[in-house]
Design a protein around this ligand. Structure first.
Ligand code: UD1
Ligand code: PEP
Length: 431
């Protein structure tokens, strides 16, 4: 497996192109199953998760045409043309689903389009058990009959899906997306209440509307969908990745650097920027993006992760690195996932002073982190170790890099162009 070596202590300066959002791209790709016409998605990031979703869609009979390359080494999001001919393949196998939990997002579209779907249960992962009971309960309310058999979700809608009034028992990004897609082709009206409101859901809803879906309340916690008989093709550009943006904002902060993040928007990172400003980090909207810089000490500030528009759980690990090198102390509370502090022991091995009590971590800032060999456990934990390595004195080696490749495109290239000393050591491919 690849490793990343970082020699820390360089102030990062320069610009970084932010890619399309992984968490928007994945449901948008799944939405291609809803129509026999071509859905053309642009600004797709270069990520392993996108490749995994491509394999899954190909398995389901979707024809995938790929364009978009980087002339002169510059950044360009990929363009995919996804055409789900009416082949009726409806099995999402374990071998693909085990690599990426977001695979479960094909279930709603399969049920809506073909009246059946068999999707491997995604199972738990490092950050928590992550059940899909909310997805399944809501699909049942729309007329699906669901059984769990031999590790698979086996779902049928013998009379097609019908509209329903569904109040989600908890705010779930994936369940909102799955049900929104299912509702577009259901008979009659579906009202989804207590929806997640993440920008990636808004992106999905807008793309579905471009495909002919009738959706009201986009951006709110209540989505009202009038089912239609068919969706048609569309062209849609994936929104910028707010978590990649926030991660590089932390890179600027912890290295006392000055980065211009291109192709992204301030309104996508409001909650993160608000907290980081309290810590002493500066943000400015500039032509084509956002400038982030830090020229003074970082102050400790308490944070709690919550659904959008509050502080995102996907930024918790990266923010913790900032707090680890702050002047002062901070309490970071994780309210979304029960086990999302796997980075803490590794950060402590680099000299951080962090104690976990249940769902909260008390972080007492230290003057300097020191480089060490560390093990990445999940995607954002991996990024937190890279950020710690950039801030630390000496060399850090991040092992098990495949997590990073799920969510950060061209990481070493983007950072080294801004002065980081970072390189990848190639290893055997991940299983
Ligand atoms: C591909 C993608 O977009 N992934 C994001 C998505 O994941 P994902 O869609 O899996 O996250 P959810 O919003 O569904 O999960 C929120 C919480 O609800 C729980 N839950 C969820 C569904 C369910 O049926 N039952 C249940 O108990 C989960 O275990 C978790 O504790 O939103 C998370 C929360 O912002 C982010 O961290 C992930 O990066
Ligand atoms: C947890 C994440 O992704 P996923 O839901 O795909 O595991 C993430 O993007 O931080």
């Amino acid at each position: 497996m690849d490793r990343i070596h970082i020699r820390g202590g360089q102030r990062l300066r320069g610009s970084i192109q932010i890619g399309g959002a992984k968490n928007a791209a994945l449901p948008l790709m799944a939405a291609s199953l809803l129509s026999e016409e071509t859905l053309t998605l642009s600004n797709l990031p270069h990520l392993v998760d996108i490749t995994t979703m491509t394999h899954l869609l190909a398995e389901l009979g979707v024809e995938v045409g790929m364009n978009g390359h980087a002339p002169n080494g510059g950044h360009v999001g990929r363009v995919f043309e996804l055409t789900a001919h009416d082949v009726g393949k409806t099995v999402a196998p374990y071998e693909v689903v085990r690599k990426m939990r977001a695979s479960v997002l094909v279930l709603g579209p399969l049920l809506a389009r073909y009246g059946k779907g068999k999707v491997s249960l995604p199972g738990g992962c490092a950050i928590g058990t992550r059940p899909v009971d909310v997805h399944l309960g809501a699909l049942e309310q729309m007329g699906a009959v669901i059984e769990l058999k031999e590790g698979y979700i086996v779902a049928h809608a013998p009379d097609g899906l019908h509209g329903a009034h569904i109040t989600f028992p908890m705010v779930s990004v994936g369940a909102t997306e799955n049900l929104l897609m299912a509702a577009t082709l259901a008979k009659g009206e579906t009202v989804l209440s207590n929806c997640a409101r993440e920008p990636e859901i808004t992106d999905l809803a807008r793309c579905l509307v471009a495909m002919g879906a009738q959706i009201q309340g986009i951006g709110s916690d209540t989505l009202r969908v009038q089912g239609v008989d068919k969706l048609h093709g569309a062209k849609y550009s994936v929104l910028p990745d707010r978590i990649e943006t926030g991660s590089y904002a932390v890179a600027a902060a912890v290295t006392g650097g000055d980065l211009t993040l291109l192709g992204t928007r301030m309104d996508l990172i409001e909650s993160v920027a608000e907290v980081m400003k309290k810590c002493g980090v500066n943000f400015e909207e500039v032509d084509g993006g956002v400038r982030v810089w830090c020229d003074g000490p970082i102050r400790g500030v308490d944070v709690m992760t919550e659904p959008f528009p509050a502080f995102p759980t996907d930024m918790q690990a990266q923010f913790m690195v900032m707090m680890a090198v702050s002047d002062g102390a901070s309490m970071i509370t994780e309210s979304i996932f029960e086990n999302r502090f796997m980075h803490v022991p590794e950060l402590n091995r680099m000299g951080a002073n962090i104690n976990v009590h249940g769902r909260s971590a008390i972080v007492r800032g230290v003057k300097k982190l020191s480089g060490a060999p560390v093990m990445a456990t999940d995607l954002r934990a991996s990024m937190s170790l890279v950020l710690a390595g950039l801030a630390a004195e000496g060399e850090t080696t991040v092992n098990r890099v495949y997590h990073l490749d799920r969510g950060y495109e061209a990481l070493e290239q983007k950072l080294s162009a801004c002065g980081a000393i970072i390189e990848r050591e190639k290893g055997a491919p991940a299983e």
